[in-house]
Write a protein of this length. Structure first.
Length: 222
């Protein structure tokens, strides 16, 4: 477990995202911070903007099979990423392409914003090699902002309905439950990044919230 902020903000998921092998981070962060992040998550670092934006976490997501990025990505950014990783990297088509906000995935499944086109859903399925459903989480269509998923668990906002929880548990094939971050914040994905090795939360996250994260994402020892 590690807690931090980025640019004096606890919404670290806007700037960072992780798979089991890589941490994608906005450039020019403190070197000691980056070392701590990579140590906690047991990953290699890829520093990149997307379309010139430092909101890398909102514009990129992936699993152990592939990566999706906003169509705003430049050729130089694409070359920078693909030189560091050995995974398919595809742009999500359509007008809604802040992919880190609108797609939630692990290695078993993905869920996506209701208004993504059939072409976008097909791109997600082919790139991430998982089945995709359209859904909301706690009524929120930006599912990547609302929740965090790993292969060990999915953490959702407190107002997520039983119907939504059951749907997500069946689809992601992992335990699913509710919690919060950053002293009651409901948008889990904005303030938490995680993989099967560890997690990093915004520095306003409380002790009880950390305990809930560890329970649901499978970090509590037997």
């Amino acid at each position: 477990m590690f807690q931090t902020n980025i640019s004096n903000a606890s919404c670290i998921g806007v700037f960072l995202t992780a798979t089991n092998d890589y941490l994608f981070a906005r450039p020019n962060l403190d070197e000691a911070l980056l070392d701590s992040l990579c140590s906690e998550l047991k990953v290699d670092l890829v520093e990149t903007t997307i379309g010139g934006s430092i909101t890398t976490g909102a514009l990129l997501c992936g699993n152990n099979f592939g990566l999706l990025v906003s169509s705003q990505i430049t050729e130089l950014e694409r070359e920078n990423i693909t030189s560091e990783i050995d995974l398919p990297l595809n742009e999500i088509p359509g007008n809604i392409n802040a992919v880190g906000n609108v797609v939630l995935t692990n290695d078993n499944g993905a869920c996506a914003h209701w208004y993504l086109t059939d072409k976008a859903i097909s791109t997600i399925e082919q790139t991430l090699n998982v089945p995709v459903i359209r859904c909301t989480i706690a009524g929120i269509p930006t599912v990547g902002t609302a929740a965090v998923a790993t292969n060990n668990g999915v953490l959702c906002p407190p107002l997520t309905s039983d119907t939504e929880l059951n749907q997500l548990q069946n689809h992601f094939e992992t335990p699913v439950d509710v919690g919060s971050i950053n002293f009651g914040g409901p948008l889990i994905g904005s303030g938490l990044i995680a993989n099967t090795h560890g997690y990093v939360s915004g520095d306003n996250t409380t002790g009880p919230e950390l305990g809930r994260i560890e329970e649901i994402l499978g970090f509590l020892s037997d």
